[in-house]
Design a protein around this ligand. Structure first.
Ligand code: T46
Length: 134
């Protein structure tokens, strides 16, 4: 699907001494970083998201536990499970996404290309379909 892809990050270190993963603006990800936020303490029966963005680009990384992400461009649909700190999901503009099935200890880290701006959200699915550019 356009504007949806997995990005694998390097794991530095070895078993026993632990690991380190570094993410560098415009190098390991395709945009400059303006904001980082994280989602945690989500009960297993709760789903979040249910929106798309007009301009925002983001990388979702489940740095602890696991979470599933369902995405659609209005035609194609994809489900991706994030369950390792070395796997990022790039979500660009006009991809409707939902996060669900959070494990008990899940921490979902999100790296974003811009500051928070509610006017960039499309929170109504019918409106999303009418906006669809591809
Ligand atoms: C997204 C998915 C993956 C802020 O005040 N600042 C922020 O930077 C963000 C992200 C949110 N908020 C406020 C807005 C709402 O009052 O926090 C509240 C919860 O936001 P929302 O319901 O949009 O949360 P999610 O988990 O449904 O979606 C979030 C991001 O908002 C969204 O951009 O793509 O995570």
């Amino acid at each position: 699907m356009k504007n949806l892809k997995i990005i694998e990050f390097d794991e530095i270190g070895k078993e026993g001494t632990g690991y380190l993963t570094a993410i560098e603006s415009n190098i390991s990800i395709p945009f400059g970083i303006k904001r980082v936020y994280y989602i945690y303490g989500v009960k297993n029966n709760i789903s979040r998201g249910f929106h798309a963005h007009k301009k925002l680009e983001q990388i979702l990384i489940c740095i602890s536990g696991s979470v599933k992400i369902k995405s659609t461009d209005g035609i194609n649909e994809d489900m991706i499970e994030l369950n390792t700190p070395t796997k990022g999901l790039y979500i660009g503009p006009f991809v409707w996404h939902e996060m669900y099935d959070f494990s008990d200890n899940a921490v979902l880290l999100v790296i974003a290309s811009d500051y928070y701006d509610e006017s960039d959200y499309i929170r109504n699915y019918s409106e999303f379909i009418s906006y669809r550019k591809f």
